[in-house]
Every structure is written in C-alpha cells, then in structure tokens.
Ligand binder design. Structure first.
Ligand code: PBG
Length: 341
C-alpha cells in the first residue's frame, strides 16, 4: 500500500477508524499480528539433584529444577505447544574456576540435562543451549580473563569445545551469548568438522551490556562472581543502533541460522531494524529484568498480570520478531489456550 492510499482514501466523516473497532468479531478480523504458543521459547534453569527445586527471589514464579523435574517441565512445554526450551545451568560454585574447564566437561550439568530431556522427549521439542563461559567462571565473565581483560581468540577456541560437548549431548540449537568476535564462524566450522551439520546456531547477535540481566545472574549464581564488574568490553553499548546491524550482518555471514536481540522491550527499535534490514529469522529475549519488573508491578496490583504479559509479547511480534524467549512462555501459552477474542 502506498502512502497516498493510506492517507487520502477518505477523511472524516467518511472514514471512521472506530467503526472496525466496535465489535470483537471485527477487531479479530483486522488484527495484523498474532501471538501463538509457536512463537515462544521457554528458558529454564537446571540445578544438581534430580528432585531438587529452588525458588529465585528476584524472579518470582521461576525456579531452578533438578534434572528429573526439568524433564517434567519440558513435558509441560510440549503439551502447551511451545516449540523449544533454552536450558541454563546453575553450576555449583566448587565447579567454577578462572579457566572455566567445567564448560567443556561432557558430564557437566547442562550436558546431563540435555541428554535426559532428549531421552525423554526426543524430537518433540527443540533444545537450545547457551555458549558462554559465565556459568563456569569464578570471575563471572563470559570469556577468559588475561590481565584484567576478557580475551577474544583464546575464548573462542574454548567456546568451540563447549559447543561440541553440548552438540554431542544432543542439543539442537547452539546459542552463543558471549559476544566475542568471530565466534559464530568458528563454532560453525567446529560443528561441521565434527559432523554436526544440522545443529543450528542462534546467535545472540545484538546483545547489549544491560542492567536488565540482574535477576538472571542471581538465577545462575554468577552475580556474586561478577561483583562490581561489568561486560562493557564485549556486550554492546545501549546507546548504539547502527552497530547492532553490523553485529547481525557479521553473524549471518559467519553462518548463523537465526539472530537474536537482547534485551527485548527496551530494544524493540533494534528488533524492527534487524528484521527490516535482513529478513532472517529474528528472535528477541524478554530478559529476566523485564520479567521481574512486570511481576513486581503485578504483585502490587499496579498492573493486570495476564494482560500485561500478552501485550508485551504481542509487541515483539509487531516489531517483527519471529519468536520470543520469555520466562512467561508457560503462562502465556496457557493464557492463549483459554483466550478467544
Ligand atoms: C550469559 C547470559 C546472560 C543472559 C543470557 N545468557 C547474562 C549475561 O550476559 O550477563 C541474560 C538472560 C536474562 O537476563 O534473562 N551470557
């Protein structure tokens, strides 16, 4: 539709836009964007001890699950039609170190979790695993630290090995969240050489150095490790938009199957620009801090929780996202099941 037809097809009183809004059936007919369970990816946290469960105070309603309980949670996702889960390990502190070697241990928590989920559920749901060192590092950084600086190339070599143990465990999608340069290409080559040509890469392509990750760092237990440190030498400056397009272009050129923008709601302009510019499968991550904000307001009775959840997720679709990683995935899928009109 040209701009002309949009603006000159008629003026008031011939045109009354409220006419189409008057009835529920009519609103439904002209709805431009739709949210369904198929748009959702559910991040889940895993801990040691099969039947353990732990609440996360800064993420009310989200828990860390022992592997057996995790498998059951994934079963709930399948029942609700959620196509994929993203699994994150809360590594026991004694397994963390400066060199992060637990990340490449084929028997580490995440690999055991992936194997268990795949053994129980097979191809009925996709399993996504982060590639980054922060769950394993005593300093809380996503990469190896040399003289106070997170070094790139040495980190990338380790990330490739981490991707391989996760692929070997049965992970369907490798999601590098570390923001090192060149890691997507290196991981793609490593996967291909090992025969994992069909393991996808979902690149955290435009990932910002954000204050909204705080509750996640509580959840995986990296907050204390990072302390007063920050990730600004590798994650993006929230002031930058054009740079996100360069990040995405590089990750696509290096072989990413899909790209992600993160955080979500404060960065919808980036989601929109990425989708417009590249037209590739584009995901957005409604991160832990966004989850915590909505929950906190709803708990106080300041927001209608259910409506705010669905509106926030639909906004991602309007901006152009193909899917959304959200801690509300389970709640939203249930709401969508019962919603009509
Ligand atoms: C780790 C990682 C983070 C998130 C996903 N993967 C935290 C960080 O980069 O510090 C954040 C997710 C969230 O806040 O929900 N690299």
């Amino acid at each position: 539709m040209s701009d002309d037809s949009l603006y000159f097809s008629g003026a008031f009183p011939n045109t009354r836009l409220r006419r189409m809004r008057r009835h529920g059936w009519s609103r439904r007919l002209v709805q431009e964007h739709h949210l369904s369970a198929s748009d959702l990816i559910w991040p889940l946290f895993v801990i040691e001890g099969g039947n353990n469960r732990e609440e996360i105070p800064s993420m009310p309603g989200v828990e860390r699950w022992g592997i057996e309980l995790l498998v059951a949670q994934v079963g709930k996702a399948i029942e609700l039609g959620i196509p994929a889960v993203a699994l994150f390990p809360a590594t026991p502190p004694e397994k963390k170190s400066a060199e992060c070697l637990e990340a490449i241990n084929p028997e580490n928590l995440i690999c055991r979790a992936v194997r268990a989920v795949k053994a129980a559920h097979g191809d009925r749901i996709g399993v996504i695993c982060d590639v980054a060192l922060d769950p394993y590092s005593s300093h809380g950084h996503d990469g190896l630290v040399r003289e106070g600086y997170v070094v790139n190339d040495e980190t990338v070599a380790l990330l490739c090995k981490q991707a391989l143990v996760q692929a070997e465990a049965g992970c369907d999608v490798i999601a590098p969240s570390d923001m090192m340069d060149g890691r997507v290409g290196a991981i793609r080559r490593a996967l291909d050489e090992a025969g994992y040509v069909d393991v996808q890469i979902m690149a955290y392509a435009a990932k910002y150095a954000s204050a909204f990750y705080g509750p996640f760092r509580d959840a995986v237990g990296s907050a204390a490790n990072l302390g007063a440190g920050d990730k600004r030498t590798y994650q993006m400056d929230p002031a930058n938009g054009d740079e996100a397009l360069r990040e995405v272009a590089l990750d696509i050129a290096e072989g990413a199957d899909s790209v992600m923008v993160k955080p979500g709601m404060p960065y919808l302009d980036i989601v929109y620009r990425v989708k417009q510019a590249f037209g590739v499968p584009t995901f957005a991550y409604q991160v832990s801090g966004e989850y915590a904000m909505l929950c906190a307001a709803a708990e106080r009775g300041w927001l209608d929780r259910d409506k705010a959840i669905l509106e926030s997720l639909l906004a991602f679709k309007r901006a152009g996202a193909d899917g959304i990683l959200t801690y509300f995935a389970h709640d939203a899928a249930r709401l969508l099941e019962s919603a009509v009109g």
